[in-house]
Write a protein that binds this ligand. Structure first.
Ligand code: NIG
Ligand code: FE
Length: 414
């Protein structure tokens, strides 16, 4: 129920409960109220402590009917701009072919590259819009999207332009990451180093000059790029002042996390095969671990990321969809929360921190996003649940009552 009170600008949520996610915990406030001024949170606390004049100063009062407000989800690792489909490979895998085998035979990432090169910007935008809408409808308010299905200058720039377009046309905050070193394109099959030169000497300077990505990522793996090649990309990223992220230790231990930490990466992602020394290095350099249970599930992996080690070393754990056509066609953060608990043994609190404040950390946005604190962006979701852990428990049920991004409700929908 929305009651209009004339004259002023704020939105006031009443009759709610809040999990603020501040101080690395759910940090619950029951029987709460929350005030938004402009784009930011101006007050959150017990409703009985609400300053007397707040209700009359508000333009809009929203009665949450005893629902819960949490910070909007930060989905910090996706590849959601792609052309074509890989459902045929899904069926091949059901018949016994492995992800690596399909990839070695020119399928996998390269089949998506072909389809993405052939797609127009409009086609890519239309396909990606459906995916962004699905995430938004399930409570995602900040999103990272990687390039990496182009593997030539023109198509990488096309994907990044589509990401920019999505950011401009959707209310979510969308951050672009350049993942030119995702796979070896067909033109360079016998010249891995030549392709890395193209990435570092041509693509990265161009991406930088166009200002269309803030971070650089690499797929460091035996089916992708080696440690020395990853180092070359990171050196260039450091020179050009890109933030650094890494697909590390997903299918084997390549010591990627060790290297990424040396470069003070914002995050290392996947990490199923991470060694203890790699984790210790991450801890020393304050690198966030991004865990991707959707890919683990979809590829039927058996080696789990070392969650207990992350806990012991106090390494922040983020969780994310990894939304992509090959290893995680998963369009729901709540399903990912469920998987993080069931498959990786995370607690509901850890999973929820992973989808909010630690997701923000993985993008270097934790000063403005990921928790409900005065002065932070008013990126909020009102949920129709009895308690926060319901978000991890119900798989496949849409529980969102309302999404607010930077103080606005659906203000930039295309
Ligand atoms: O995060 N690991 C590399 N990249 C994606 C998979 C991309 C694909 O198969 O298309 C991932 O799992
Ligand atoms: Fe990925």
């Amino acid at each position: 129920m929305v009651t209009k009170v004339p004259d002023k600008i704020d939105t006031l949520f009443i009759n709610c409960n809040i999990a603020t996610m501040a101080d690395n915990a759910l940090s619950i406030i029951e029987k709460a109220a929350l005030a938004v001024k402009g784009k930011t949170i101006s007050w959150a606390g017990k409703e009985k402590d609400l300053p007397g004049n707040f209700k009359t100063r508000c333009q809009k009062i929203i009665d949450c009917d005893n629902g819960w407000i949490l910070p909007g989800f930060v989905d910090c690792h996706t590849h959601l701009v792609w052309g074509g489909s890989r459902s045929n490979e899904f069926e091949m895998r059901l018949n016994g072919a492995s992800y690596e085998k399909i990839s070695k035979k020119g399928g996998g990432i390269l089949s998506t590259v072909k389809a993405t090169r052939n797609a127009s910007k409009n086609e890519l935008f239309a396909q990606a819009s459906k995916r962004v809408t699905a995430l938004l409808n399930q409570g995602v308010t900040t999103l990272e999207i990687k390039s990496g299905y182009g593997l030539d200058l023109e198509t990488e720039l096309k994907i990044l332009a589509v990401i920019k377009n999505l950011d401009e046309n959707f209310p979510l905050d969308i951050k672009a990451t350049f993942l030119g070193a995702h796979a070896l394109p067909p033109e360079y099959q016998n010249d891995q180093d030549g392709y890395i030169d193209l990435v570092t000497e041509t693509m990265m300077p161009k991406v930088k000059s166009q200002g269309i990505a803030t971070a650089v990522d690499v797929f460091c793996e035996h089916i992708a790029f080696t440690l020395p090649q990853t180092r070359k990309v990171f050196e260039k990223a450091r020179d050009l002042r890109f933030n650094i992220k890494l697909h590390a230790e997903q299918l084997s231990d390549s010591n990627g996390a060790f290297l990424a930490s040396e470069f003070n990466a914002m995050s290392c992602d996947h990490l199923e095969y991470l060694s203890l020394s790699g984790a210790e290095k991450m801890a020393r350099h304050g690198v966030t671990a991004v865990l991707l249970p959707g890919a683990f599930y979809f590829l039927k992996e058996t080696q789990k990321p070392p969650v207990e080690t992350f806990r012991n070393l106090k390494i922040p754990m983020a969780v994310s969809t990894d939304l992509n056509p090959g290893s995680s066609p998963v369009h729901s953060m709540t399903l990912i929360l469920n998987m993080a608990c069931i498959l990786f043994g995370m607690t509901c609190e850890e999973a929820l921190l992973g989808a909010t404040i630690n997701g923000a950390r993985a993008l270097g946005l934790d000063q403005s996003k990921g928790s409900i604190e005065t002065g932070k962006d008013a990126d909020l979701v009102v949920w129709d649940i009895d308690k926060p852990s319901d978000l991890c428990y119900f798989a496949g049920l849409t529980l969102v009552d309302m999404v607010m991004i930077k103080g606005g409700i659906n203000k930039k929908n295309p």
